[in-house]
Design a protein around this ligand. Structure first.
Ligand SMILES: Cc1ncc(C[n+]2csc(CCOP(=O)(O)OP(=O)(O)O)c2C)c(N)n1
Ligand SMILES: [Mg+2]
Length: 511
């Protein structure tokens, strides 16, 4: 009879998990053994949250279930930022942690926390494994990728991991079939589309899937509607696509809001308000098309087409007709005027984010994946980094968590060793996850890390300056030699000072 650890490892493998990122404690030993026996690779990170970030990058790029692992107590508490990211960035990832063995008894308090309640606000489902419920673990893990994706939490003590699973196991519950498209809702949506003079499609994180991208383009194409992307859907249509409008969500002054404000109908596909920095304020007609219901919080939608996004988009694309001429007038004017700002002349010895962006684009591979961390540079890259494909851009946006960038880049690079990955991260962000340079060196993956060094939490310092407040608590008293820091990990590092002049591209950032 298999042990509980073996059933867990086999369930993960059956669901497609091939790599688990984590940092174990003594209580995970049996799980690590079982994973190895199943042929699931374990990658040791330096910080538990990094395990979640790396897994989330792989989820975003593949749409396949991923997993991360921590020990009990300090392990799972240290992973909290990462699990928060998995939750608000809607990543289908199984979070596995150890827990205290029941047999330890009530006198045992060392490292004991109510881990279930700690994780509860950030996970879709939870199971504390026992021999008599282990066969449900597969169904719990399946929930991570269904409907609105998100993490699920599996706790298992080392003791239970070694016990035989009770019974022979039952077949996994059949997963819910896709509902048929709601044709009444489709009719209503088509009526709105027929009346609209200035329709816009807003594509969100739930529209990234390859087949959905084609359907989004088909609907927008037949309606002649501009396609606005959220940051996590950036690249859903290439920048060169005639209907590509750009990215919203980072500030209320994002240029693309201009298009949204003129629209009389929004078709929101795979949209989640978690992506907007400011509340949704659009008052035109709204058609909601997503795998998840419009509840969190509900937007004033006229029609809600929930579930089976592919089916609903197919029905909308077939019947929608272009009733609009605004693409040829206002939208073309918007695209013509919307040029990427040239790098500002930076102060002596300084390099602006725009200059970094231009140099990177010029000297990186055209299909490179850009991973940006949170900080002053994030907005520039989310708005203006050129993208040809949705797989070319990764960030933490729902949680906007510093420290995501490096582990996210490493996770992405483990999928395709031939594809270059770039990571742009502030000096504050890097100091939260610097140990992962060791993982980067160890794996030898194709990642180039650009550190925006300003000895400050610049985004916050700027907020202080704007508010007329004194600058305090946002500047570091020490300047780190990042080139030597990289060298300490066996990585070639270069310091670049002085950017290109406004009309000139920068020199290569290599090594
Ligand atoms: C874990 C975490 N802590 C705090 C914040 C709030 N925050 C957002 S940007 C930022 C400054 C980031 O500093 P740095 O990485 O050096 O980038 P810079 O803005 O200086 O370019 C802070 C503190 C956050 N988003 N995530
Ligand atoms: Mg900084």
């Amino acid at each position: 009879m298999p042990t509980c650890a073996e059933v867990l490892a086999r369930s993960l493998h059956d669901l497609g998990v091939r790599t688990v990122f984590g940092l174990p404690g003594g209580e995970n030993v049996r799980i690590l053994d079982a994973l190895r026996e199943q042929g699931v690779e374990f990658v040791l990170v330096r910080n538990e949250s990094s395990a979640a970030y790396a897994a989330s990058a792989r989820w975003t790029l593949t749409g396949e279930l991923q997993a991360c692992l921590t020990t009990l107590g300090p392990g799972i508490t240290h992973a909290a930022a990462g699990v928060g990211h998995l939750w608000l960035d809607r990543a289908g990832v199984v979070v596995i942690s150890a827990c205290t063995a029941e047999a330890s008894g009530p006198m045992h308090t060392h490292q004991v926390l109510d881990q279930e309640h700690l994780m509860a606000p950030m996970v879709k489902a939870h199971i504390k494994v026992e021999p008599d419920n282990i066969h449900a673990v597969r169904d719990v893990c399946s929930l991570a990728t269904e409907g609105r994706p998100g993490p699920v939490y599996v706790q298992i003590s080392n003791e239970v991991a070694g016990w035989p699973a009770a019974g022979g196991g039952t077949d996994p519950e059949p997963r819910p079939a896709k509902p048929e498209p709601d044709m009444d809702g489709v009719e209503k949506a088509l009526a709105l589309m027929a009346r609209a003079r200035r329709p816009v499609v807003v594509a969100g994180l739930g529209a990234r899937d390859a087949s959905l991208r084609i359907s989004v383009q088909a609907v927008a194409g037949s309606l002649q509607a501009p396609i606005v992307a959220t940051p996590k859907a950036k690249g859903i249509v290439p920048d060169s696509h005639p209907l590509a409008a750009g990215v919203i969500g980072l500030t209320r002054t994002d240029p693309v809001y201009e298009i949204l404000e003129q629209a009389d109908l929004v078709i929101a596909v795979g949209f989640d308000v978690v992506e907007l920095v400011l509340p949704w304020e659009f008052d035109g007609a709204l058609v909601w098309v997503a795998e998840w219901p419009n509840v969190d919080p509900p937007l004033p939608a006229d029609v809600e087409l929930t579930g089976n996004v592919a089916g609903h988009l197919g029905a909308l694309a077939q019947a929608a007709e272009s009733a609009t001429g605004w693409i040829d007038t206002d939208f073309h004017a918007f695209r013509r005027d919307r040029t990427v700002p040239a790098p500002k002349a930076a102060a002596e010895g300084r390099v602006s984010p725009q200059a970094v962006m231009r140099s990177l684009r010029r000297y990186s591979d055209p299909d490179a994946i850009m991973t940006v961390d949170v900080g002053s540079h994030k907005i520039h890259f989310a708005l203006d980094w050129p993208t040809h494909d949705v797989s070319g851009f990764l960030l933490s946006n729902g949680l906007s968590c510093m420290g995501f960038g490096l582990a996210g880049a490493i996770g992405a690079a483990t999928l395709d060793p031939g594809r270059q990955v770039l990571c742009v991260i502030g000096d504050g962000g890097l100091s939260m996850c610097v140990g992962e340079l060791g993982l980067l060196r160890e794996l030898g993956v194709n990642v180039k890390v650009v550190v925006m060094q300003d000895e400050a939490l610049d985004l916050i310092r700027v907020a202080q300056l704007r508010a007329g407040s004194p600058v305090q608590g946002t500047e570091y008293g020490v300047s780190v030699d990042h080139a030597r820091l990289a060298a300490a990990f066996g990585i070639t590092g270069r310091r670049v000072t002085g950017g290109p002049s406004p009309d000139q591209d920068g020199r290569p950032l290599s090594g």
